[in-house]
Design a protein around this ligand. Structure first.
Ligand SMILES: [Zn+2]
Length: 264
């Protein structure tokens, strides 16, 4: 997608999309993807764009999930700065954080089993649970080196979620805050703070947004009506691992056995 000052490239990663913002003199990556996606992004920059990898000046992280922050430490090892929510490390902290971390990785593989292509292999996506951010981002902060972009706290999906907004072009990257399947737009799993989540969607409604980039997948023009529908359907109760994982596993097994019965 082309804008006056930059182009935006959607890079399809292991289970999610990342968005590379290409300026003539620098590159910005919206979400790191999993650790497996670092190589993919590097190849895209060097082969498809025919540019130096070091043109990538910053990797932004929207939230702690493995498909959004898993690659960050590996970009950093390659000399690229990383920036994300100031409190990102709270999500995987301590014993409950360790459990959440493993469940999040398990869920990543569940998504992978649904979306994988023939070329995609089962590989480890384990990554450091603690990130040393080069820049901690707070609500309304301008993005260092990319002052036309702004971080907005839009929490609820996890404890701490950022969206990245470019007001000049009415473009926003909202990560998982709205996802899309064959039926249309819907709220993500988990939603740990339903009220905060709805406030985040309300925040989008109040803003001038023409283009929503979502991690699963694509850039869309999402109408206010559609956002209201997502909000209405998302419900009042938290959907988190403690309360929902059993149901998810049950429906997965049930679906599999139903498929087997059908194929007999
Ligand atoms: Zn997520």
């Amino acid at each position: 997608m082309n804008f006056e000052e930059f182009k935006i490239h959607e890079i399809r990663g292991y289970i999610q999309s990342m968005y590379l913002v290409e300026y003539t003199d620098k590159l910005l990556l919206l979400d790191s993807g999993t650790k497996l996606d670092v190589k993919l992004v590097r190849e895209f920059i060097e082969k498809d764009l025919q540019r130096e990898f070091s043109d990538l000046k910053l990797v932004l992280i929207s939230h702690a999930h493995p498909d959004h922050s898993g690659g960050a430490a590996y970009f950093q090892k390659l000399g690229i700065a990383i920036a994300g929510p100031h409190n990102i490390n709270d999500w995987y902290k301590g014993l409950s954080g360790l459990i959440t971390y493993n469940v999040d990785i398990f869920l990543l593989y569940m998504v992978w089993s649904k979306v994988k292509t023939k070329a995609s292999r089962f590989q480890s996506v384990y990554f450091p649970r603690h990130l040393k951010l080069d820049y901690k981002l707070y609500d309304l902060d301008k993005i260092p080196g990319f002052e036309d972009w702004q971080a907005l706290h839009t929490d609820g999906h996890t404890e701490s979620d950022l969206s990245f907004y470019n007001g000049d072009n009415k473009f926003i990257y909202i990560a998982d805050n709205i996802v899309r399947n064959r039926k249309g737009f819907l709220s993500p799993y988990p939603v740990v703070f339903p009220e905060k989540y709805r406030d985040s969607l309300r925040r989008y409604l109040k803003m001038q947004i023409q283009f929503f980039a979502i991690a699963h997948y694509g850039i869309h023009q999402i109408s206010k009506d559609e956002i209201h529908k997502v909000m209405d359907k998302s419900g009042d109760k938290p959907r988190r691992h403690r309360t929902s994982l059993g149901k998810i596993l049950f429906s997965m097994l049930f679906r599999k056995s139903r498929k087997k019965l059908k194929s007999k």
